[in-house]
Design a protein around this ligand. Structure first.
Ligand SMILES: C[S@@+](CC[C@H](N)C(=O)[O-])C[C@H]1O[C@@H](n2cnc3c(N)ncnc32)[C@H](O)[C@@H]1O
Length: 274
């Protein structure tokens, strides 16, 4: 496939009704297309495989949140000088609208308690593939001046979170970036990577080890579901093996905890960097 065909396929995907509002990073679309093209086939076959892969990566966590409307509501809410308890109620009501943060709401106190025990009081945190995770900040009780870098590929969601940061956490930033195609370069005390490593593995088998190594933080907190969506089948062994494999031979310490139905892997890399 030549460059003009690749550029056309990428431009069509970005402009499509399904994806145009998300403003997906060009580097992500290009990496997925290049991976599919490497498997061979006609341009039409490569395009079909590219669209299928893109759907699998992006579609499962699309939700019906109207972010501009949610942003207006947030401004009105904060104008009334809410108490910390009211702020938590508001944040929980937004997190309830996204599948992955909704699953955590019932055990959010416990989850954030375990996070704090393990991260202490970091100056800089990366939140990788964040979705609505940054709305747990009121539970983490970190200083408002914390440097919190939230990465995602979903632009409207990040615009909303950016406004939240402006109101509440002046040193926090949103970053619109495909963290697999372009691993973040910021140095941090710790990095969160919640409920996405299993999907990274599907996107690019074997990618988690090099990805974890590339993150410039000595401490990674990686979470994965302990059971499948129906709740009937345990994924504890399968997901533990995924993380063990990613960390094998790297000299890192890995501890596994579980908070309700979320497995939490505390990965201590020490000063080891790639
Ligand atoms: C399963 S949700 C996980 C969300 C969140 N960490 C949590 O625990 O609720 C997946 C999120 O990762 C984002 N995402 C997926 N692939 C990504 C990538 N390569 N780079 C940055 N963000 C990504 C999606 O847009 C979505 O918001």
């Amino acid at each position: 496939m030549d460059e003009s065909q690749a550029a056309k396929i990428i431009a069509e995907a970005r402009a499509s009704r399904k994806y145009r509002e998300l403003d997906l990073p060009e580097s992500m679309l290009r990496q997925i297309l290049v991976d599919q093209a490497a498997k061979g086939g006609s341009t039409a076959e490569i395009n079909a495989a590219f669209r299928k892969k893109l759907h699998n990566i992006v579609a499962p966590y699309l939700e019906e949140i109207d972010y501009p409307a949610e942003t207006k509501r947030m401004f009105t809410f904060f104008e009334a000088n809410p108490s910390p308890e009211q702020e938590k109620q508001w944040a929980a009501s937004v997190m309830a609208k996204h599948a992955s943060t909704r699953e955590r709401l019932a055990h959010l106190d416990a989850f954030c308690g375990v996070l704090r025990e393990n991260i202490g009081s970091p100056g800089t945190i990366l939140d990788l593939a964040c979705a609505l995770d940054p709305l747990i900040l009121p539970w983490l009780k970190l200083p408002e001046a914390v440097n919190f870098f939230a990465y995602d590929i979903h632009k409207p969601r990040l615009d909303f979170l950016g406004q939240f940061f402006r109101l509440r956490y002046p040193n926090a930033r949103v970053i619109h970036q495909d963290i697999l195609a372009e691993p973040p370069q910021e140095e941090a005390d710790c990095a969160f990577f919640f409920k996405e490593a299993h999907r990274f593995e599907k996107r690019l088998p074997g990618c988690n080890g090099p990805f974890f190594a590339a993150i410039r933080a000595p401490l990674l907190l990686v979470s994965l579901p302990a059971a499948d969506l129906s709740g009937h089948h345990t994924l504890v062994t399968y997901h533990t093996q995924l993380i063990d494999k990613a960390c094998a031979g790297r000299g890192w310490e890995v501890e596994r905890l579980q908070v309700a139905d979320e497995l939490l892997f505390i990965i201590r890399k020490g000063q080891t960097q790639e």
